[in-house]
Design a protein around this ligand. Structure first.
Ligand SMILES: [Zn+2]
Length: 652
C-alpha cells in the first residue's frame, strides 16, 4: 500500500507539492531501510540516519524477538529512576518514568518487559498531571518474563510505573557482608546483559532501543552507589545519589553497583571504585588504563563517553567484565599482581567503540558486539605490549574456540546465530567472540591493515550511537570495503563467515614464536630428552604457562603430575587462569592431590568461565560427581543467579 502511494506521488512529480514530496521521500526511505534490513534484498544504499533506523524498526516488528515491547509503535527515549536499595528485603523499590515518542497515529498501549517485578501502580502524565493508569501484568514466560501492558490515553507521552524487584531478580546479585572482602557491609550489583534489565526496571528491554537516563538512588548512608552514567569522583557519602546518562544507550547497559566503595584516580579521566581492601592492588594492576584509552583513540577515533572508570566487583561476579558505559564492571579474578590478565580491561574498554557506540540490534547479532570487541582488544594489546603477546592471546583464544565448536550444537557455531525461542544466555559461547575476531583478522589480512583500519574508523563513526543488524553491517561492508577494493574478497566468502556453521577453512591460524618454542620443549620433555628443570620456564609469561598446561596430554601419570607440581608449585598458583588450567588437567589425569585446592577455588570464585568447565569435568566420573554435588551445595548460595542457572543444569 505504501509502495502504491509512492508510485502515485512519483507520477505527479511535475506538479509536486512539498507535502507529497516529503511523503514520497519518507516512503522511499522506508523502502531503502527495509531493504537494507532484509536478508534477500541486495541494496545499494546504506542505512545512515537515525530516522531511517526507526523506519527499519517500523518495517520489522519485532526487530528483536526477545522483547514484548511494541517497538514499532513507541520509541522509548528517556528514563527517570527513583529507587531505594533495600538490603533487608533484597529489593529495589520506587518508580521509573518512561518518556517516549509515538511512531504511529493510533497507539493505544505501551508494552514493556518485566521479570519477577511487583508492579503496584501505574500513572499517566496528562497535561503535566499524574493520573491513575490501567495496566495488566501477564503470566511469566520462562525466557521472556512477564509482559506489562499499559493503556495509553490520547496525548500521553510519559508513564510512571511504581514497582519493587523480587529477591530472585535475575539481573541483580545481593551479597551479604560475609561475601565481600571487608565482611562489614552488604554489596549489590546488576548485570543486565542479555535480557536481565527487565528484572530490575520495567522497560522495552531490547538492544534496538536506545535511551538516556537520570536516576536518584537511595542507599544506607555508609554505602556508595555508582552507575553506568556520570560518576563524580569525589562524591560524599550521604545515602542519596544522583546520576545522569546523557548519551543514548541500549537497555542492557543500564547498570548499578552499591557497596562499601572507595575511589582512586589513575588519571584525569580514569579511576577505580573498589572495596578498600583491594583498591590499591586494583589500581596497580590496571594503571595502564589511560594508555589503553589513548591508543584506542589513535586507532579508532575519539573516546566519546567522558570518564572511563572501573568498578571492581566481588569474586562472585559471573563474567570477566561487563562493558557498562563510563564504568566497566570487572572481576577481581584478573588481579594477578603482574598485569598478565589485563587484556580484560582492553576488552571492556574496546566496547566503548564496538558494542556501546555501535550496538547489535538484537541478540542474533551479538557477534557484532563481541567479534569486533575481541578484535579491537587484541589491537590495543599489540600497541601496548607488542605483537608477540597479542599473537599469544589470539592463539590461546583460537585453541579455546576449536575446542568449543566440538562441544556446541552446530547451530550455535554460526556467527549470525538463530536464537528464536531460545534464551540468549544458553547460546553464550566463545563463538561470537573469537570466530568474529578471526573473521576481522582475516579481513585485515586480505585488505591490509591500513585500509582495514580506515574502514573501521569510518564504521564506528557512521553508526555511532545506533543499533544495527548483521544485514546492515554487510551492506556497509560491501559498499565501503568490498566494492572499493574489488576482487579481493567475495560476498560468498563473507556469507560463509557469517552464516555457515563451524569454522571456515580460510580461518587464520595465529601462531606465536614463543608458543612454538614451548611446543618443542614440551615434546622433548615428554620423550624424556630433557628434565623439568631444563624446560626453561624461568622467563615464561602466564600465556606460555597456559599454552604449556593446556597442551599437555590428559593421561599424564600421577608421578609425572606430582613431579611437575613439586617443581612449579602449580596447585598453589595464585594466578586464577593458571590455577584453572592446572586443576582441569589434574581432573582429567586423575591427580587427586589438587582436590582441597579445587574445593577452595570453586567456593571462592563465581566467574563462569573459570568454574563451569571444572564442574563439567567433575561430572564425568561417579566420584567426581559426588564431590561436585557436595561442593556445589556449599558454593551455590554465593554464586550469581546466572551462574546458578548454568550450574543447576550441570551438577544434577
Ligand atoms: Zn565483550
Amino acid at each position: 500500500m505504501k509502495k502504491h502511494q509512492y508510485l502515485i506521488c512519483s507520477l505527479a512529480v511535475v506538479t509536486a507539492l512539498a507535502g507529497c514530496q516529503q511523503e514520497s521521500e519518507d516512503v522511499a526511505e522506508k523502502q531503502q531501510a527495509a531493504e537494507a534490513a532484509s536478508t534477500q534484498v541486495d541494496t545499494k544504499e546504506v542505512v545512515v540516519s537515525k530516522v531511517e533506523q526507526e523506519e527499519v524498526r517500523k518495517a520489522h516488528n519485532p526487530i528483536d524477538d526477545h522483547t514484548y515491547g511494541n517497538l514499532h509503535e513507541v520509541d522509548l527515549k528517556h528514563l527517570d529512576l527513583d529507587l531505594t536499595v533495600d538490603f533487608e528485603a533484597k529489593s529495589l523499590k520506587g518508580y521509573v518514568d518512561l518518556s517516549f515518542d509515538r511512531l504511529q497515529d493510533e497507539v493505544s498501549e505501551l508494552i514493556l518487559d518485566t521479570r519477577d517485578i511487583n508492579v503496584s501502580k501505574v500513572e499517566l502524565n496528562q497535561n503535566e498531571q499524574w493520573v491513575a493508569g490501567e495496566f495488566e501484568l501477564a503470566e511469566k514466560d520462562e525466557v521472556m518474563g512477564s509482559k506489562l501492558t499499559i493503556q495509553l490515553e490520547d496525548g500521553v507521552n510519559k508513564v510512571r510505573v511504581y514497582y519493587a524487584t523480587q529477591p530472585q531478580a535475575s539481573g541483580l546479585q545481593w551479597l551479604t557482608p560475609e561475601q565481600t572482602d571487608g565482611k562489614k557491609h552488604p554489596f549489590m550489583y546488576s548485570q543486565a546483559q542479555a535480557i536481565h534489565a527487565r528484572s530490575f526496571v520495567p522497560v522495552q528491554d531490547s538492544p534496538a532501543v536506545r535511551i538516556t537516563y537520570n536516576a536518584t538512588i537511595r542507599t544506607p548512608k555508609e554505602l556508595l552507589a555508582v552507575m553506568s552514567a556520570h560518576n563524580e569522583p569525589d562524591t560524599e557519602l550521604d545515602g542519596e545519589y544522583h546520576f545522569e546518562m546523557p548519551q543514548a544507550i541500549p537497555t542492557y547497559l543500564i547498570a548499578i553497583g552499591v557497596g562499601d566503595l572507595k575511589f582512586k584516580a589513575m588519571s584525569d579521566r580514569t579511576g577505580v571504585y573498589a572495596e578498600p581492601a583491594i583498591l590499591d592492588a586494583a589500581v596497580a594492576e590496571f594503571d595502564d588504563t589511560e594508555d589503553m584509552v589513548k591508543v584506542t583513540e589513535d586507532l579508532y577515533g575519539p573516546y566519546r563517553w567522558g570518564r572511563y572508570d572501573l568498578l571492581i566487583l566481588p569474586p562472585a561476579f559471573p563474567y570477566g567484565g561487563m562493558e557498562n558505559p563510563r564504568l566497566s564492571f570487572i572481576t577481581p579474578t584478573v588481579i594477578a599482581g603482574d598485569k598478565s590478565l589485563v587484556n580484560l580491561i582492553a576488552h571492556e574498554l574496546a566496547h566503548s567503540w564496538s558494542g556501546n557506540l555501535v550496538t547489535n540490534a538484537n541478540w542474533h547479532d551479538f557477534w557484532l558486539n563481541e567479534g569486533f570487541t575481541s578484535y579491537v582488544e587484541n589491537r590495543i594489546m599489540e600497541e601496548l605490549f607488542g605483537r608477540e603477546r597479542a599473537l599469544m592471546e589470539q592463539s590461546l583464544a583460537v585453541q579455546d574456540l576449536r575446542q568449543a565448536v566440538q562441544d556446541l550444537p552446530e547451530e550455535y557455531t554460526v556467527l549470525n546465530v538463530d536464537l528464536k525461542g531460545a534464551d540468549p544466555d544458553d547460546a553464550f559461547s566463545t563463538v561470537p567472540y573469537t570466530k568474529g575476531q578471526m573473521f576481522l583478522v582475516w579481513l585485515e589480512e586480505k585488505f591490509g591493515r591500513e585500509v582495514f583500519d580506515a574502514f573501521l574508523v569510518k564504521y564506528f563513526d557512521h553508526f555511532a550511537f545506533q543499533s544495527i543488524t548483521t544485514e546492515q553491517f554487510k551492506a556497509y561492508l560491501k559498499e565501503n570495503l568490498l566494492n572499493k577494493h574489488p576482487d579481493i574478497v567475495s560476498e560468498e566468502e563473507i556469507n560463509t563467515w557469517i552464516h555457515e556453521p563451524m569454522l571456515p577453512e580460510m580461518m587464520p591460524n595465529p601462531t606465536s614464536d614463543a608458543f612454538n618454542i614451548v611446543d618443542a620443549k614440551t615434546k622433548q620433555l615428554l620423550s624424556g630428552e630433557i628434565t623439568l628443570a631444563e624446560l626453561g620456564t624461568k622467563e615464561w609469561t602466564v600465556h606460555e604457562w597456559l599454552h604449556f598446561i593446556n597442551n599437555l596430554p590428559t593421561n599424564m601419570s600421577n608421578d609425572d603430575m606430582m613431579a611437575m607440581d613439586a617443581e612449579f608449585k602449580l596447585t598453589e598458583s595464585t594466578n586464577n587462569e593458571i590455577a584453572h588450567a592446572w586443576l582441569l588437567l589434574s581432573l582429567r589425569s586423575g591427580y587427586e592431590v589438587v582436590m582441597p585446592r579445587l574445593e577452595n577455588y570453586l567456593i571462592s570464585i563465581g566467574r563462569r568461565k573459570l568454574i563451569v568447565p571444572l564442574y563439567k569435568q567433575l561430572m564425568e566420573t561417579e566420584q567426581g560427581a559426588e564431590f561436585a554435588k557436595r561442593v556445589y551445595k556449599v558454593a551455590r548460595p554465593g554464586y550469581h543467579p546466572l551462574a546458578q542457572a548454568t550450574l543447576d543444569e550441570v551438577v544434577k
